[in-house]
Design a protein around this ligand. Structure first.
Ligand code: OMP
Length: 271
């Protein structure tokens, strides 16, 4: 696939459907699968899940922490998860939620978005708590390498509103300010911008304007309670929505069950 991340994502959703599958090898999932809480268990579980779902899924989202906890050998597994997901035709959104002063954001951009890096991915998740502009090196690298970034805006966890609903100078919210910045970044992109927002499928309702020309990642779909109806109700006006589910898929007992879940859920989301 060629073109900007937004264009590739647009094509992938049209081809395979919008469901994003998280490859998050929780210790409990390894245990339930009869595997050890060690690198061998991690590798068997994570690569098995990739093999089961990546050929049918538009976006695969490995959460880095589940690999980092095994040190360099866990990161080596993450490298294979990224490579094998892409080889199966999926886009990889590496969930690392990074954010720092600009000069360090540049190093994160080099680590995850430069195609010569061993962890190079199609897109990453970023946290704007140091100010939206501190992420400019990530956005610049994304433009240079046809990659993307998803900025946390209205997260799926119950603690998020303390920060995200706080009021800023113009009377809007922090989340609204992040969405405005993203609207500006994606303004002239066709058919879809490469800079997304994270808006949980669990937030119930929102007064924020979710209509912008970039993708929305909607985690919390499944295990955290978000449903197909929530996605329809919350995101009716959005350009492209990626409901994202990790545990609900990964706890299924067989590769066939995981694959069928992905195909069925994509049908429901498209209906
Ligand atoms: O950026 C994310 O992916 C994310 C943002 C958010 O607001 N909430 C959220 O749950 N996530 C991630 O989405 C995944 C949710 O996993 P499940 O609850 O098992 O589907 C985890 O990898 C979380 O770290």
């Amino acid at each position: 696939m060629t073109g900007t991340f937004g264009a590739r994502l647009h094509a992938a959703i049209a081809d395979r459907g919008p469901l994003c599958v998280g490859i998050d090898p929780h210790v409990g999932l390894l245990q339930d699968a009869g595997l050890g809480d060690d690198v061998a268990g991690l590798e068997t579980f994570a690569l098995g899940a990739v093999e089961a779902v990546a050929p049918y899924t538009s976006v695969i989202k490995p959460q880095s922490a589940f690999y980092e906890r095994f040190g360099s050998r866990g990161i080596a597994v993450l490298e294979r998860v990224i490579a094998e997901s892409r080889a199966a035709g999926a886009l990889v959104l590496l969930d690392v939620k990074r954010g720092d002063i600009g000069s360090t954001s540049q190093a994160y951009a080099d680590a995850y978005l430069d195609p010569t890096s061993p962890l190079a991915s199609d897109a990453i998740t970023v946290s704007p708590f140091l100010g939206f502009g501190s992420l400019d090196p990530v956005f610049d690298a994304a433009r240079r390498h046809d990659a993307g970034a998803f900025v946390l805006a209205l997260t799926s966890n119950k603690e998020g509103p303390e920060v995200q609903h706080a009021r800023v100078d113009d009377g809007g919210t922090v989340a609204g300010l992040m969405l405005d910045h993203l609207r500006r970044l994606n303004a002239d992109a066709e058919p879809l911008g490469s800079f997304g927002a994270v808006v949980g499928a669990t937030i119930g309702s929102t007064d924020e304007d979710l209509a912008f020309n970039g993708p929305l990642l909607a985690p919390g779909f499944g295990a955290q309670g978000g449903t197909v109806d929530d996605v329809r109700r919350l995101f009716g006006s959005a350009a492209a929505v990626l409901p994202s589910s990790s545990r609900e898929v990964l706890r299924l007992p067989t590769a066939e069950a995981m694959r069928d879940f992905v195909l069925r859920t994509n049908d429901e989301l498209r209906a």
